[in-house]
Write a protein that binds this ligand. Structure first.
Ligand code: MTE
Ligand code: LUZ
Ligand code: MOS
Length: 754
């Protein structure tokens, strides 16, 4: 197993991000003039003073756009620049292009605007009451809940709220557009979706896609925030470069980024859960009100994934769920690690906890009883290949769960003002883009005459280690050392029509494409080696840069073979395409087989709550995670740790606050708290499930990017458990995040109904 190939340049500060690209002479800098009101007609806009300010080269408004003023990916409902309306605070209205950022900032202040205010909606339930949706609501059904209710021994109903989440990638959004000859433009973009940027630039400039090259070396984090929202800044720079005929760069400052870009969707949900006398969940209904913001962006797809994950890892025979994509006057919310799945899973966990509390039993009894088994059916029709019980059982035994409960009880009996709480959080996450079309990828592999190998894929490196995995796949397939393989930047001229690096599926899709290309080259090399060595192909193996005959090292090395094959005028390059088999989904019936496979896992959280101050420490998070047969333990462990803590942040401390005017109050790191090193569980013990089951993942190494985020939901319920240990009668609404303030109010029964 190799270390992340970026380690060396990262620690030396030598890795190249957007801001490290040397600028061409004559580069100009863009800044956006954005709306200060959440919903209004623009009565009057005057850019003349800004335009005449010394050092300003252009002030661009919607009418200057040569192509289409449209950036909506799924639904064309989002202008790049506002026309006569603004729909959220932070909506771009004009682009100032100047010789430096300082001048651009000064010029922004000279733009004059008058608004005629319109009613503002920030609450998704209010949008729902008014029938304001971004796309059509969706409904998933299994069995018949109406009949099932009458067979239930226990029925509970309630409401759950989960907040938004700021991506807070360390590298903010940005792009650098450089015009070339004959209308060609090259855009360096901090994007998860180079093709999305290419398409958007082509659309707003009115140029064919072959005139637009997008190049991405790596991102300082994306977390979904750059799946499609990077296109905005790429398009702005491209428009500005086109108009000024100069290279244009825009790299957002932190407050611009927080104000103008979308986040994880806040959800407000209703649920109803029914159990039989043996605690089998036999019916579940839920309605999800998704706070989508002012334009559709990826909301319809995110909404769908909420429904896919509505029952998390439980087998429920009767399910009726409805999801509403509510249109509000907030920045369009977007992809964020988990993509609506976490929001759905929080609601079913809430329902189970409410049922358990009402019945006076521990939630884990209900959770355990209802875990998915292989052969069960998801509400969307796919049959389960489950590791749910395996992960749970391993977690229980390896982390001495029963003893832990006893020692927590003993602790709580001894202590009045300090209480411990615990929760167990099993997860199940489907791997594949739910839009079947996006499940495809391509690779380009060149072997040079010195035996070194260069690969390019559609995958974007954003810290998740996908480039390292691609190098591993190529090296393993070709039987050479990883040091022989280099991976190139992601570039739309080398690899066309890429799906975004998203859905945790990047390594699978692109890795399989690399494997196919390498195997095709290897087939030709085998023929060549058999000729050179005078043996049959089936006797030959490529091992550690050498060619072996029946297990014996031959006189031929990898390098010799490459040159000899080149000399025979045989191609040493390959371009390959991969798409996973047998996936499909019918949105008319809402049934199908959308996922290549599922990832499972179980986390156990223990926390200690200071019941005077409402402060807590997370003592431990112990996890059994189903990584299949991991190809890189260090990288996968890093993904699990990062995702778990990011999930905890969403559930416990990151409080995104928009006021009634639609203004983001938590608009800087002084008012928006993200987890730091002290928030990390003191004992963070993540172990991989040992499994022999086969799957469709690359080299059997299951996708790991998003699933572990949902472990963080366990932290929320562990805190609740401790609150209840202190004050069993406390009415604690299910209203995440569980901030210290809310915890303190809850401890003393002051945190009423939501
Ligand atoms: N890890 C790091 N360090 N930085 C990131 O931005 N994004 C996450 C996850 N892990 C992210 C990350 C998200 S949202 C996804 S979908 C996956 O990585 C995407 O990469 P993969 O498909 O290669 O797992
Ligand atoms: N993006 C997307 C995603 O376009 N489709 C998905 O299914 C998805 N899932 C997770 C994260 N991003
Ligand atoms: Mo991840 S939310 O699929 O970028």
């Amino acid at each position: 197993m190799i270390s992340n190939i970026d380690t060396y340049s990262h620690v030396r500060g030598e890795s190249i991000y957007l801001d490290d690209i040397p600028l061409q002479v004559g580069t100009l800098f863009a800044k956006v003039f954005d709306s200060t009101v959440a919903h209004a007609h623009i009565k009057h806009l005057d850019i003349s003073k800004a335009k005449n300010y010394p050092g300003v080269r252009a002030v661009i408004i919607h009418s200057d756009i040569t192509g289409e003023n449209q950036i909506g990916g799924i639904i064309p409902d989002e202008p790049l620049l506002a026309e006569n309306m603004v729909d959220f605070i932070g909506m771009p209205i004009a682009i100032v292009v100047a010789e430096n950022e300082h001048i651009a900032k000064k010029a922004l202040k000279l733009i004059e605007i008058e608004y005629e205010p319109l009613p503002i909606i920030v609450d998704p339930r209010e949008a729902h009451r008014q029938g304001k949706y971004l796309s059509t609501p969706r409904h998933f059904n299994l069995g018949d809940t109406e009949i099932a209710w009458s067979n239930c021994a226990h029925i509970f109903e309630g409401k759950a709220e989960s907040g938004g989440q700021e991506h807070l990638y360390i590298e903010t959004q940005g792009a650098y557009a450089v015009p070339g000859e004959n209308g060609f433009i090259k855009v360096y973009s901090s994007t998860q979706g180079p093709t999305a940027v290419q398409k958007t630039v082509s659309r707003v400039l009115g140029k064919p896609m072959h005139q637009v090259e997008v190049d991405t070396t790596r991102l300082g984090g994306g977390f979904g925030g750059k799946e499609d929202q990077a296109s905005t800044w790429g398009a702005m720079c491209a428009v500005a470069a086109h108009i000024t005929k100069s290279p244009v760069k825009y790299s957002l400052d932190r407050m611009e980024d927080m104000r103008m870009t979308g986040k994880r969707h806040p959800y407000s949900s209703d649920y109803k859960i029914g159990l039989d006398k043996d605690l089998n969940i036999i019916a579940y209904e839920a309605q999800y009100y998704q706070n989508g913001g002012a334009a559709a962006d990826l909301s319809p797809a995110i909404l769908e994934r909420t429904l896919f994950h509505a029952t998390n890892t439980y087998n429920i025979p009767n399910v009726k769920t409805s999801a509403y994509p509510c249109k509000t006057n907030l920045p369009p919310n977007t992809a964020f690690r988990g993509f609506g799945g976490p929001q759905g899973m929080f609601v079913i966990e809430t329902a189970i906890v409410q049922a358990a509390e009402a019945l006076g039993i521990e939630p884990h009894v209900i959770q355990h009883k209802n875990l998915l088994k292989t052969g069960d059916e998801f509400p969307y029709g796919q049959k389960v290949v489950s590791e749910a019980i395996e992960c749970w059982t391993e977690a229980e035994t390896q982390f001495n769960f029963q003893e832990k409960i006893k020692s927590i009880e003993a602790f709580n009996n001894k202590n009045q003002l300090i209480k411990k709480g615990y929760a167990i959080m099993p997860i199940c996450f489907g791997i594949s883009f739910t839009k079947t079309m996006l499940n495809q990828a391509r690779s380009l592999v060149h072997v040079y005459t010195d035996g070194s190998v260069l690969i390019t894929t559609g995958a974007v490196e954003m810290g998740q280690g996908v480039n390292t995995k691609m190098v591993q796949v190529a090296a393993k397939t070709l039987g050479i050392d990883e040091s022989f393989v280099k991976i190139n930047s992601t570039n739309t001229f080398r690899i066309a029509n890429t799906s975004p690096t998203a859905a945790s599926a990047t390594a699978d899709l692109n890795g399989k494409a690399v494997e196919i290309a390498c195997n095709k080259i290897k087939e030709r090399l085998l023929i060549s080696a058999a000729e050179d060595l005078g043996v049959s192909e089936s006797d030959i193996a490529f091992v550690k840069n050498e060619i072996y005959i029946n297990g014996e090292k031959s006189k031929l090395s990898w390098k010799d073979l490459i040159f000899s094959t080149y000399a025979k005028r045989v191609s040493l390059s390959e371009h390959a395409h991969y798409t996973p088999p047998d996936i499909h989904f019918d949105t008319n019936t809402e049934k199908g087989h959308p996922f290549a496979y599922h990832v499972f896992g179980t986390s156990i959280f223990e926390i200690t709550l200071d019941c005077i101050r409402g402060r807590y420490t997370v003592d431990s998070a112990q996890v059994i995670h189903d990584a299949g047969q991991t190809m890189n333990e260090k990288i996968d462990l890093g993904q699990c740790e990062g995702a778990l803590v990011q999930g905890m942040g969403w559930m416990t401390m990151e409080e995104l606050i928009y006021d009634k005017e639609g203004r983001l109050r938590s608009n800087a790191l002084s008012t928006y708290k993200v987890p730091d090193i002290y928030s990390v569980p003191k004992d963070l013990d993540i172990r991989f499930l040992k499994t022999e089951k086969t799957n469709l993942a690359i080299l059997q190494s299951k996708a790991v990017g998003e699933p572990p985020l949902m472990y963080g939901i366990g932290a929320y319920f562990a805190i609740r458990n401790a609150i209840k240990a202190f004050n069993p009668k406390a009415l604690v609404p299910f209203d995440a995040p569980a901030t210290h303030e809310k915890i303190l109010l809850a401890l003393y029964g002051k945190y009423g109904e939501i």
